[in-house]
Design a protein around this ligand. Sequence first.
Ligand code: NAD
Length: 432
Amino acid sequence: MSEQINAFQIAQKQFDNVAEMMNLDPGVREVLRWPAREFTFRVPVRMENGDLQVFTGFRVQHNDARGPNKGGIRFHPDETLDTVRALAMWMTWKCAVVDIPLGGGKGGIIVDPSKLTSVEKEHLCRGWVQQMVHNLGPRQDIPAPDVGTTPQMMGWMMDEYSKLSGYYAPSAFTGKPVGGGGSLGRTEATGFGVIYNVREAMKHLDMEPAKSVAAIQGFGNVAQHAAIGFVELLGGRVACVSCWDRNDKKSYTYSHKDGVDGRFLLSITDQYGTIDKQKAADAGYLVEDGNAWISKDADVLIPAALENQINAETVKKISNRVKIVAEGANGPTTPEADEFFKENRIFIIPDFLCNAGGVTTSYFEGVQNDMNFYWTKKEVLKRLDERITAAFSDVLQTAEKENIYMRDAAYIVSIQRVVNAMMMRGWLHGDW
Ligand code: NAD
């Protein structure tokens, strides 16, 4: 996200609005609208050409009242402390809404990882851990992969942490490769979590999943498994998916008269989520402009690519058949589009509830590491389904009881849980 849209100001504004609705004590607001701890540091790396290059790294720990901080590490050339602060705060709410005993954190390095060799990446990862080692760990702060970082990088980081600590500590990092301490089911977790949420929303709205149609934006990790899950778990039809084409530098929408076959498209998609246009066309797919996804005749819209995709302009194009918007991506809906959804009574599953399947399975990964006993994929996904179903129900009950929008209800559930934990630990110095 660029500096012009200051993500941290947005995160604080969202919090302030709900804090006002909840009539939260001013001192408690002040505790929660800022991170508890922030680290900015320099990581020197000897590059393969012999130069010493110095990178800037961050880690922000927003709140750990409910458990160790949890959140990804991003490697991105536009990374800023404010972006990391915002993402750390959102992680606090995400972990709280699914009721896992973790707080919120996020980290990063200002770097374009595609410009580094594998050896340079490894040194950068190990250097990041060396700077943070005394403030990380299974009982303090547990990072995970995010934009620009991979399971392999988590393997290096976990190894560095273990070496510096003097003992094997697999649960210090999650999102590790399967076989190296990773959990089965992590690949599907976020997309399937979106679909478990959609299934619960359909029950609430009395919709028939098998007669439902979804339009999906994106075809990366989240969208791929949302597309597969919508068909295989619900029996519905997927009208389209879309993706950014790295070669043409533009986005396309892919639809099929019989519905999209997610597994087939996955077999012709590269690791960056670009679908092979020619192979898709040969298999009978209609290839249209990337914006076409939003106006498809569908009951469910699943934005699962980027932020700000449903905005004042694009929201006017959605079909009047749409009943559910399931936010697979982080921040896909702007405040103007939110107003439209409120007025038209379109049911929203807010991002930090809808895409919480990933962090929930990361939590399961840490639990399996600590037990040194690993579950089957079926067991992981069953536990994930139970957690997501319970979280959806908690948020829906609050929305109905208070007669409020689902996004506000999700914030209230999360903030209340964090405030309760702070209160029980005596952080608020008083009788509440
Ligand atoms: P990804 O990098 O695997 O995939 C992104 C997809 O979006 C790719 O298919 C890309 O081609 C597509 N895309 C990019 N620009 C586009 C455009 N203009 N139009 C259409 N498609 C476009 O990313 P991901 O892991 O699937 O994450 C997607 C979103 O979900 C992000 O907002 C991310 O923060 C959020 N999220 C991901 C996870 C997770 O576990 N992967 C968890 C929580 C939230």
